[in-house]
Write a protein that binds this ligand. Structure first.
Ligand SMILES: [Cu+2]
Length: 159
């Protein structure tokens, strides 16, 4: 009798778990689909650097498919302890970099992070990025939330 009861309880528990899991899965799909259609990250790459270097940079093109302006707020990667958003300006005939609080990505438009412009500065490298390797970049946007992309290590010109 006791065994029968626990068997029924178990069945009840299992079916309610299925309901819960189904619900969560569905919500995840909706969220994911929403994120996929707002911001796309294309052609991400990381600059190959010599082993003595403690810094590198990452570049990519962001495309905003949404109807709201968005902002890239921060980036995380296993490659570096710190990832800063930078831009460059000309000062006394020299190009110098400076940190920016965000990188704007206009509604229905795109933004290129490239040498000589906006870029992701990778500071305090955990390892040396070598040609042929790939590293995941976790991009955090004001509206689109988290977007992940894979960046290939490539040879770049001067910074
Ligand atoms: Cu920089």
């Amino acid at each position: 009798m006791f065994q029968m009861k626990s068997y029924h309880k178990m069945l009840l528990l299992i079916s309610s778990l299925y309901v819960l899991m189904g619900c969560t899965k569905d919500m995840h799909h909706k969220l994911h689909a929403h994120m996929e259609k707002t911001i796309h990250a294309h052609g991400a790459w990381v600059r190959a650097v010599p082993p003595v270097s403690h810094m590198s940079a990452a570049y990519l093109t962001l495309i905003n498919h949404g109807d709201k302006d968005d902002q890239l707020l921060s980036v995380e990667t296993e490659l570096a302890k710190v990832a800063e958003l930078h831009n460059v300006k000309k000062k006394d005939g020299m190009m110098s970099m400076f940190p920016v609080p965000f990188v704007p990505v206009p509604a229905g438009g795109e933004q290129s992070l490239k040498p000589g412009s906006y870029h992701i500065m990778l500071i305090n490298l955990n390892k040396t990025p070598k040609l042929g390797e790939e590293y995941e970049l976790v991009l955090n946007f004001k509206n689109a939330g988290i977007v992940k992309t894979s960046a290939a290590v490539k040879e770049g010109g001067s910074m």
